[in-house]
Design a binder for this molecule. Structure first.
Ligand code: FES
Length: 486
């Protein structure tokens, strides 16, 4: 009987990103069947994977070691009800496999008796044939297949993954992610950069209503919002109150930039990070009860003591309550001045937003070029991190052109390039010949028609860059821009 494993779980098992596996599938190096990989195929395609030295095993060992650190233990493990349901399911699988083995054993005994019965009146020729069949069966039953130990280790690992996490597919968008530890469906979606609809995140507003298409879920938090009987019968749940028991398909709306309402909240300053005299990052934390919904690439308005300004968010929506805003020091900007001189940890900052539609086209399977001019790196950083968390983008090239602010997070970009095999970083020193720099960049892309380009800088820089890219063959609709001086 074949053992099929979903592609997303295979990615976790072999420690490869999904896009790398998809490339293998396209190149014929890995065969799949309806998005599933057969166990034999997994062992054939990844002969070098050490199944007994996997990160997930190490994580489980770590949990055991930290068994006395109660908080770590509680967060890393699924909710008790979910864990019990997953173990019950695993027990059922084990019982079914054992029953099947007993049945096969009985069939073999019956076969042996049958051979003996036929053998009693058999001719010499039939006797030899029966003897050969019996010897063949005995030999094969006694011998373990060569890769049996590998198969056993791979299945054991897959079982651990299934107990520790569940796979979620969102319909109709097709987003996929894992729910790990004691996260709810909503928490896991946000952690993975999937912008599902929600409001209060604690079971009061009903805005996170969604329908379970397949799979099993469990309520892990009580909720005050009352679901109608008809809704319950149709499989409607609250994403902020439920966790998946096994792999589930959920029907839910993924929000676009226009679907997210402008929100007002008071956040606390965590820290101010001054990169150089022209550029700083303000790290703020939103209240536990009121997180900010936004998409990578959007902006927010910040105010303190009457000083107010709109700035690009530089963090990823997957970073939970942490928001990073990058702020250039410009003449007449009182809020920027406060960031550079007086704001400190624990100060309160008023937040309004998000604003803007400079966000990822999550439906596009194209490779991406990111183009940042100076402080335009802020929204680009947010987009890059959002794209990384979604794992949707085939490849990402980042070109950062030095302009006024310096390449103030150059090391971070180099670290991304070192860590990710589908990410390239090209820094460009300040130049008086912007046309020359842009012409050199586009020359490196003879197949520019295949790409999406996301660019952030001043309106003048963007107009100049857009002309180069479109002239070189980029379809105009695949150019996305965010002006830093709008
Ligand atoms: S977000 Fe309000 S009920 Fe779930």
């Amino acid at each position: 009987m074949s053992h099929l494993i979903p592609l997303s779980r295979v990615a976790k098992l072999v420690g490869q990103p999904r896009h790398a596996l998809q490339e293998m599938i396209r190149g014929g190096a890995l065969a799949t069947f309806d998005g599933m990989v057969e166990l034999d195929e997994l062992l054939r395609a990844f002969p070098d994977v050490k199944w007994d030295d996997d990160a997930e095993f190490r994580r489980v060992a770590e949990i055991k070691e930290k068994a006395f650190a109660k908080r770590v233990f509680e967060r890393a493990l699924p909710d008790k009800a979910v864990l019990a349901a997953r173990l019950t399911e695993l027990g059922d699988d084990y019982a079914a496999a054992k029953a099947l083995l007993l049945h096969y054993g009985n069939v073999l005994v019956w076969l042996d008796e049958k051979i003996e019965e036929i053998d009693e009146d058999a001719s010499a020729e039939t006797h030899h044939a029966l003897h050969a069949v019996r010897a063949f069966l005995l030999r094969n039953l006694a011998e373990m297949p060569v890769d049996a130990a590998q198969a056993q280790a791979a299945i054991a690992q897959e079982r651990i993954l299934k107990i520790m996490s569940a796979h979620v597919t969102i319909q109709p968008s097709g987003h996929e992610f894992f729910v790990e530890g004691n996260d709810t469906l909503l928490e896991a979606a946000l952690r993975n950069g999937v912008s599902l609809n929600y409001g209060c995140s604690n079971g009061n507003c009903g805005e996170c209503r969604a329908r379970v298409v397949s799979g099993e879920v469990k309520k892990v938090h009580a909720h005050d919002y009352v679901l109608k009987e008809g809704d319950k019968e149709a499989g409607v749940i609250l994403l902020c109150a439920y966790a998946p028991v096994n792999d589930v398909v959920i029907e839910a709306n993924v929000a676009g930039a226009r679907d997210i309402p402008v929100q007002h909240l008071t956040a606390k300053v965590k820290s101010v990070e001054v990169f150089n005299p022209h550029m700083a990052a303000l790290h703020i934390q939103t209240p536990r009860s009121q997180r900010l919904r936004y998409l990578g690439g959007q902006s927010i308005e910040l105010s303190v003591d009457g000083a107010r300004g709109r700035y690009a968010i530089a963090s990823c929506p997957c970073e939970d309550r942490h928001i990073e805003v990058q702020i250039p020091r410009r003449a007449g900007d009182a809020f920027a001045e406060a960031v550079f001189s007086t704001l400190k940890a624990n100060d309160s900052v008023e937040v309004e937003g998000p604003f803007g539609e400079f966000v990822l086209d999550e439906d596009s399977p194209r490779p991406v070029i990111f183009l940042a001019f100076g402080a335009g790196f802020a929204p680009i950083k947010s987009l890059v991190q959002h794209a990384m968390s979604l794992e949707l983008v085939e490849s990402m090239d980042l070109h950062w052109l030095d302009y006024e602010t310096g390449l103030y997070q150059d090391n971070l970009c180099r670290a991304w390039a070192d860590a990710l095999d589908n990410f390239t970083y090209v820094p460009h020193p300040q130049s008086d010949d912007l046309d020359g720099v842009l012409a050199a960049i586009v020359m490196d892309y003879p197949d520019l028609h295949r790409f999406d380009v996301y660019a952030a800088g001043t309106a003048a820089q963007l107009a100049q860059a857009r002309a180069h890219f479109v002239r070189q063959g980029l379809p105009a609709v695949r150019w996305f821009e965010g002006a830093t001086d709008a």
